[in-house]
Design a protein around this ligand. Structure first.
Ligand SMILES: [Zn+2]
Ligand SMILES: [Zn+2]
Length: 187
């Protein structure tokens, strides 16, 4: 679990570039996130991306951030992990609310060229670990890791995991069972 962002590994988060935060003007590491920062502006458009510091991402009211597509499935995967009777109703709601809150405040680092499809496992979103460091590694993990979109061989046949850009391949880890998986969305 990342210390800056629950769903982004520190190894990735700490490589963010420095700059001046558009909200507080501090010189900080900046993270791309979709939000409306103008106080009179209540409509949040998608692709309305700003670069904010971690402090501003933490303390800005949640309603200023774009509702993420992935939030739709939170209820489903929490209920799947905790079947009826295993959690008190308020605990269940609390869990869903905190996942959505955490997720909406997560920078848009992974490259989802065909739309956001953030992996989840064990009743929570997974942690983004980055992209493969080389084509050699990419081909290898195509064989050994679970492909989030489905069975890799069925989807791609004899094609090996050699994306146009290595950034297209995003590696994730389950925060509970440590399972690894990758997504591959090509152009
Ligand atoms: Zn700031
Ligand atoms: Zn898991």
């Amino acid at each position: 679990m990342g210390s800056l962002f629950r769903y982004i590994s520190d190894a990735i988060a700490t490589t963010a570039r420095m700059g001046s935060c558009v909200l507080c003007n501090s010189e900080s590491q900046l993270f791309p996130i979709e939000c409306a920062i103008d106080t009179d502006e209540w409509t949040i458009e998608s692709d309305y991306s700003e670069n904010l510091c971690t402090e501003c991402i933490r303390r800005t009211p949640l309603r200023r951030f774009l509702v993420r597509p992935g939030e739709r499935i939170v209820q489903q995967f929490v209920n799947q992990q905790f079947p009826r009777g295993t959690l008190a109703p308020d605990e269940r709601v609390g869990k869903m609310v905190s996942i959505c809150d955490e997720y909406r405040r997560t920078p848009t680092f992974p490259l989802f060229l065909q739309g956001e499809d953030w992996p989840h496992c064990c009743g929570d979103f997974c942690e983004y670990l980055g992209f493969p460091e080389s084509y050699e590694r990419s081909i290898q993990l195509g064989r050994e890791m679970q492909c989030w979109e489905g069975d890799f061989d069925e989807l791609y046949g004899d094609i090996t995991l050699e994306p146009e850009s290595l950034h297209e391949v995003c590696i994730f880890r389950c925060l509970t069972c440590d399972a690894r998986m990758f997504t591959w969305q090509c152009t």
